[in-house]
Design a protein around this ligand. Structure first.
Ligand SMILES: C[S@@+](CC[C@H](N)C(=O)[O-])C[C@H]1O[C@@H](n2cnc3c(N)ncnc32)[C@H](O)[C@@H]1O
Length: 299
């Protein structure tokens, strides 16, 4: 269509309707880009379930990414973000918080996406600078930042790649910086990845991070079994504990470390996961899988 700008500017000479101005979406870039959701907007969106749905979608997306990084069942089962089954359900949580409120350092071994570290900081008010996390797979640490939309600078929490079995200061930052300095070591869904001998080694390494002082401790949770023993998994041979076999293992750790421990475990729960829609999932029946929490205190 041709127009003659020398007449009216928009009126075509032949009487056809003027061309409508074309909207230009690229103009958005000339507006301010930043946005902070105002409180009333947040309130209305919460009331409409928008925030809950976005949050669920965000967690589901991170679950897929994390499962692709390594397919741990706890990722598929959303355990990495299930706070109620984590620290709040541990024995002696009050003692742990007292140690940390007195300035004690906590190292989370096999921290994965580091949910418990965020819980301690934002829910329990422990300064991030006292919280450390180590994981052999740095992809999980990155995914943790994506999950919580934070950074080491914004939280003060220090996380980094490290293998618990690496005892060399030249290659392990946790050995260099944290050996003998922690008030508590946390290990969730970690020890059960290994057979008995490797669990003893891992426990000795954890104890090595503790300041050798009465009242310091190792806390965590693990998958066990009503029939303690070695089971074959995709990861290799793994030992599944009862609270009794777990206490026996710590007697061995005590003999080898020259320390004595008090071992407290919660009543093992049968490990069956149920989705809100009623779907259920459990480990193979012959494994008689359980889950329990523990607190191993230096006495
Ligand atoms: C089942 S995940 C549990 C993660 C997290 N603690 C949780 O409860 O959600 C086990 C974690 O241990 C880490 N891991 C395995 N072997 C390790 C090792 N030798 N040293 C340090 N981390 C290890 C894995 O990369 C993984 O993130």
């Amino acid at each position: 269509m041709s127009t003659d700008s020398t007449t009216t500017g928009t009126e075509p000479r032949d009487g056809t309707p003027p061309a409508a101005p074309q909207p230009d979406a690229s103009q958005l870039s000339s507006y301010p880009a930043g946005y902070t959701c105002p409180p009333l907007t947040t309130e209305v969106m919460l009331q409409h379930g928008v925030v809950a749905q976005l949050l669920s979608a965000h967690i589901q997306r991170l679950r897929e990414k994390a499962f692709a990084a390594f397919p741990y069942p706890g990722i598929a089962l959303y355990q990495f973000i299930e706070f109620s089954g984590g620290l709040p359900s541990y024995p002696r949580l009050d003692s742990l918080l007292s140690l940390l409120r007195a300035g004690g350092i906590l190292l989370d071994v096999g921290c994965g996406m580091g949910s418990e570290l965020r819980y301690l900081r934002s829910h329990s008010g422990i300064p991030g600078e006292q919280l450390f996390g180590a994981d052999i797979n740095p992809a999980f640490i990155e995914l943790g930042h994506e999950l919580f939309m934070d950074s080491p600078e914004s939280t003060g929490i220090r996380q980094g790649a490290a293998d618990i079995f690496d005892t060399r200061p030249e290659s392990s930052w946790i050995v260099r910086e944290l050996k003998g300095k922690c008030a508590a070591v946390h290990a969730a869904s970690f020890l059960h990845l290994f057979d008995w001998a490797r669990q003893v080694e891992a426990a000795l390494r954890m104890v090595g991070f503790l300041e050798r002082k009465k009242g310091n401790f190792v806390v965590g949770r693990l998958a066990g079994s009503r029939a303690a023993g070695q089971y074959r998994h995709a990861l290799g041979d793994v030992w599944r504990h009862t609270p009794e076999s777990f206490a026996e293992m710590w007697r061995e750790v005590g003999t080898r470390s020259g320390l004595a421990f008090d071992v407290e475990c919660t009543e093992p729960e049968i490990l069956v996961f149920e989705a809100p829609e009623g779907e259920k999932w459990s480990l193979p029946a012959e494994e008689q899988a359980t889950q329990f929490r523990f607190c191993v205190t230096v006495v």
